[in-house]
Design a protein around this ligand. Structure first.
Ligand SMILES: [Zn+2]
Ligand SMILES: [Zn+2]
Length: 289
């Protein structure tokens, strides 16, 4: 990494991380901090080098290339901007079940760092709304991109379906829209089984799950508001949520459910919507969802 001797020790903007994440028009944006000065390339990102015959050629700066690449991957990941501040450090688990989920998220990262090339199981966080399921999967995804330079994507499945429908009338193939997600090393599918799940939607979902299931080197993280069992509420006064009414299996069908159970660990979360329970957090964790 470039020398930072002449730069401030504690940049108030990035706290010496050398980059800043923000919410730009609903998308997460990752940018180098203004405190970052690469002396090797003067901030150009490229430097002149010489080949064996002494000919000069322009190449990526070897000092800052990796950091730039990680920020580019994060920029292209599709993570919603409201999760700019979501990290494992800013997650506040309430209750035993959610503490276990948090601990599982940390173990998952630890396993990935230890054996990054190994194929292993993904995670499926299930529970009612407002428990921080998306916060956890986004935190994992961001950390893997920033620390391991992993090609990772977040898919808003509803938006994708709408883009595919739109694509049909503009001669854009379904595959051209789906492929970047299928190819990514780590994929987050948020709010699995949300919506009506008509036959066409099921077909697209099946394509996703089958492709990820068959690719041994890829890992998929899911969240869903549905349980693996359709628990009917025992208390008639209890507010019913999708989590209680219908099971995930009923929503996605036997085939997809069976694949999910083979490729993922199911992690149950419970409790009340903590967005309505927790006191306003300090600035750094204000945007958790
Ligand atoms: Zn800075
Ligand atoms: Zn450089």
């Amino acid at each position: 990494m470039p020398s930072t001797k002449t730069q401030p020790k504690d940049c108030p903007k990035c706290r010496d991380k050398k980059y800043n994440l923000s919410n730009h028009k609903g998308k997460l944006r990752a940018k180098l901090c203004s405190c970052f000065l690469c002396k090797e390339c003067d901030g150009e990102g490229r430097t002149f080098r010489q080949d064996d015959k002494g000919m000069a050629f322009l190449a990526d700066c070897s000092f800052c290339f990796s950091l730039r690449k990680r920020l580019r991957l994060l920029d292209d990941s599709g993570i919603p901007g409201k999760f700019s501040y979501s990290t494992l450090e800013t997650y506040q688990p309430i209750g035993l079940q959610n503490k276990k989920a948090f601990s599982r998220a940390k173990d998952f990262l630890e396993d990935f760092y230890t054996t990054p090339k190994q194929p292993y199981r993904g995670l499926l966080f299930m529970g009612g709304p407002g428990l921080g399921k998306t916060h956890l999967v986004v935190a994992i995804l961001k950390q893997l991109i920033l620390e391991e330079e992993v090609d990772g994507k977040f898919v808003d499945f509803f938006q994708l379906l709408s883009d595919i429908r739109h694509g049909y009338s503009h001669d854009q193939s379904e595959m051209s829209l789906i492929e970047p997600y299928l190819k990514s090393r780590v994929l987050v599918i948020d709010e699995l089984a949300k919506g009506r799940n008509n036959e066409w939607e099921q077909t697209i979902l099946d394509q996703f799950i089958s492709s990820r299931y068959n690719a041994g080197d890829k890992v998929t993280l899911f969240t869903t508001n549905y349980s693996d069992q359709g628990n009917a509420p025992t208390d008639t006064n209890e507010r019913t949520t999708p989590f209680q009414k219908q099971s995930l299996e009923e929503k996605v069908g036997d085939r997809i459910f069976s694949r999910l159970s083979q490729m993922c660990d199911f992690i149950k979360m419970d409790g009340e919507d903590y967005r309505t329970k927790i006191k306003p957090p300090p600035r750094a964790i204000r945007k958790i969802n």
